[in-house]
Design a protein around this ligand. Sequence first.
Ligand SMILES: [Zn+2]
Length: 241
Amino acid sequence: MAENTELLYMKDVESNYIREFDASVIERGFDYVVLDRTAFYPLGGGQPSDTGLLEWQGGRAEVKEVTKKEGIRHHLVQNPDLVPDKVHCVINWERRLAHMKMHTAQHVISGVVYDLYKARTVGNQLYHDRSRIDFAPVKFTDEMVAEVERKCNDILVGGAKVEICTTAREELEKNIDAQRANLDLLPKSVKDLRIVTIEKFDVCPCAGTHVRSLSEIGKMKIVKRENKGKDRERITYELVG
Ligand SMILES: [Zn+2]
C-alpha cells in the first residue's frame, strides 16, 4: 500500500514537528494526489488525519483529509489535475499539535489505568478538543476516576521526555510488560516496531504523532465516564492549560 510514499514523521520525535516540506506528485486520482514524501498524518489508530495546503507558484489546493487505504492519499477540495508535479506542503499546525498533545496524554492515561487497575486500552478516539479511551475489564467508580486524573496530572507536571525509535520486537519483548504495551495484540508478522517511550514511565508501540515532552501538554481533566458494557468503561478527557 503506502510503500511509495516516504513518511517524514516516522523517524523520531523531532520529525513529528515537520510543518512544511517539499514533495513531488506521483499519482493523481479523482479527488486526491499521492506524493513521494509526506509529513501529513493519515487517518488511523484513533488519530484524525491532518489537513493543510499544497502550494505552488500562482496556486494552492486545500488538503481536507489524508487516508492510507491504497497509498497515502491527500484528498483535495480542488481538482487534482490542476496541481503541478512539484508542490510545497503546509500542515494545519494548530490542529496537528492538538492531536499530538492529546495522543501523548492518551499514552499517559492508558499507562496509569493499567498500573492502578490492570485494565487495558481497548479503543480510543482523539479529537483536537476532547478525546475518549475505552478500558476493559474494569468498573470505574467516581473515586477511581478521580485517582486516575490525579495520577495523570502528577506525571504530566513532571514533564518527562518523549522519544520515538524503531526497535526489533524480540528486544522489546525481553524488556517490557507485553500486556501493558498491548504488544500481544500486534500481528506476529510485525518484526520491527516504532516505539514511543515516555521517560521512566511508559514504552508503547505506536505509529501516531506525539510531543517531545509532557511539559507541552498542560493538565488533563476527565469530563465524562460512561459504562459501555459489562466490563467496559469509557472516559472522555480534555486538556486544560
Ligand atoms: Zn501514540
